[in-house]
Ligand binder design. Sequence first.
Ligand code: FEO
Length: 396
Amino acid sequence: MRKEITRKIDWIGVNDRTTDLFEDFWPLPEGISYNSYLIKDEENALIDGVKEGFTEDLIGEIGFDGDGLDLDYVVINHMEPDHSGSLRSVIRLAPDAEILCTEKAKSMLGGFYGITDNVRVVKTGDTVTLGSRGLEFIETPFVHWPETMMTYEKEDGVLFSGDGFGSFKALDGGIFDDEVDVQEYSDETVRYFSNIIGAYSATVRAALAKLKGHEIEVVAPAHGLVWRSEPEKIIEQYSRLSNLESDPAVTLVYGSMYGFTERVMEAVASGARSVPGIDLKVIDAARTHPSFTLAESWKREGLIIGSPTYEARIFTPVEQFVNLATKKKLKERKVGFFGSYGWSGGSVRELNAAAENLNWEAVCDPVEFNGEANSEKLEEGFALGETVAQAVAKAG
Ligand code: FEO
């Protein structure tokens, strides 16, 4: 597919609607796009590529003339194979094209694809002129990997931002923010950010600071919508997400093997719901991929976790979520914990340890109970939910 972004600059990306798991872990129920861009001027530049299985589509759009590809430059903003998988084939058809990338990407090029020739390392502030178009490079390490950079096209203010400002979800019939209902992409942007970029929130904030001073008219990421009407919207969303800014609302994540913890969960949920104006999302960790649980928790300031003790630890599906939250640095939540045990506790102790590690603020004592909760424990559960919701309401 091809779509004009601005004169001489085309989007030539692809939609992937068949890969079930991104990075073989993150579900893609609505697909994903790999956005590649072609600038045709006195000299031609390809910016980013696609996943290997879509290479033929990309080569067709660049314009294979039977001999090769008319490319002078191949710009690599990011080396992850969802963008660089097409590179070996592209370079084979454009052997004289110069690859422009960061120092770290250069060593990855050798390691990933055995590519060592025609590689020029660029640094922040370096520029390349294509004719009427000029490119400026901005190193943005760890948005997502250490080698990542962004490329700024100066004449029309197009920022090719790699994974930054990206989203899950295939582009359904329109690639621009003004062609679709952007609200339909918002949840998948949060899920993409929390799952893929969230661990690097600090370096995302550093990248956002570096971009200040650039007139950005179009944000052209490597996944998701191209923002030409309201680029400030996606920049603002990434700013909020990377600053761990959240809504005054509560996520209640629980697991329950035989219903003991679930019974108290209902009391906790009622307690949270009793606080006016506080939204609540209840998630059964055993039936929800942690990708979604993490995204929901990234959005809300309050986080209540209920888990039975399982082999002296957190119940496995809940533990998977807690481990992921730890890996992805989901910090600064207002939390409360509860859970049942059979003969000795463990889950609440481990949840407290996770809270300390992630700078979570426990706003009340945990509620632990042996087997079936009595009426007193149910009341404590209600109070726990109410207290967390009240703490969130106060902060909001
Ligand atoms: Fe879209 Fe980090 O690759």
